[in-house]
Design a binder for this molecule. Sequence first.
Ligand code: EPU
Length: 411
Amino acid sequence: MQIGGSKNDSVAIMAAALLVPGKTVLRNVPRIRDVYTLIEIFRRLGAPTSFRFDGALEIDATNLSTSETPHDLVRQMRASFNVLGALLTRFGHASVAMPGGCDIGARPVNFHIKGLEQLGCRLHLEHGVYSGEVRRFKGANISLEFPSAGATQHLMIAACRAKGRTVITNCAAEPEIVDLAAFLNACGAKVEGAGSMRIVIDGVEELSPTEFAVIPDRLQAGTFALAAAITGGDILIRNAILEHLHPVFSKMEEAGIEVTQAECGCRVRRVGRILPVDIKTMPHPGFPTDMQQPFASLLCLADGVSTITETVYESRFRYTTELARMGADIRIEDRTAIIRGTDRLTGAPVKCTDLRGGAAVVVAGLAAEGETEIDGLEHLDRGYEGIVEHLQGLGAHVRRTGTRDKDQMSA
Ligand code: EPU
């Protein structure tokens, strides 16, 4: 199978494209809800954006008409907040609502705000909307309290055309950060150190449009790898980048799953029992918080007791109540899920509590005896392009049923 482009990379690069007057062309952008929401936001800002016939996304940010974002749309996703830095650069003033995104605990934007202020912007919050003014961003030394992916991306974007040098330390090091830096540099920016805990950005006077391909979605690849593992399957993920998946694959190997580099991607295979493992989520290069949910589904069928400790978000275990409906034995103690492996899961009506919680019930449903009916697919649609078709292609019995109002999947 072939996985699509990364959601979290695409939305960050799209926000960065607003910095660049002219037509940016992005290849491999997935056709998912968050991308369509951003496309609509861009159109309302006066940047015509659409998928071309050849599948590439074209963003024409030549003549933006306003720096006031449509608040109802911004509130539907998290990464929309990153347009603030780009709009402030283009207009000197902008307003953006507090963003939305999955309900997985408090998701403040204080690191973004503090960083933008250090770059010389004045910001205030009123009625849930941040408004800011800056003549031109000025380079600064910014040390993040936590290596936040979003704040790192936002500040990289804002610093690109700042006057002077910006140094961001304790920053995020995810593959999506490295790719954002590659995109910005392709537009003429000077960004160094992405992928390490210290990024240096020398502001430039102008940026010019480019054509760029976003990286494959490591979280999608991980989800399908876990789907193969839980069903005792054997799949080849053609375009997965092994090094992006290292923390997930090394835990899968510990759980008895075979992961090998294939000539064009990776092969995932399970032959024996699933062994219990202990997982602690951490910023990259640690185990990704977005993968603990489908991994928990696998561990529900392990030969013993596993633990998952969530350190990135305060409340990312809501999906475990759904897995419990399918017969999983999971107890939550503070930030740790204690999973006692059982012999089988049984199909049940369940819901997607959020995007990755949705991935967990899909993965569990593939291995459960009988039919699993999954509600709340709008969460899955935010991040997985054509998940039903992909799973069908791998031999799973999955179909999408229901109406737009009550969309369901049966696995
Ligand atoms: N945080 C703050 N203040 C801030 C920013 C973050 O306290 O100003 C905290 C968050 O509350 C969280 C931690 O820092 O506890 C990490 O948040 P981060 O900023 O890294 O997350 P994000 O940028 O909002 C992105 C992904 C998430 C993924 C996280 C962590 C996008 C659009 N979202 O979110 O993806 O979980 O990084 O890797 O890139 C998903 O794909 O399902 C998803 C939720």
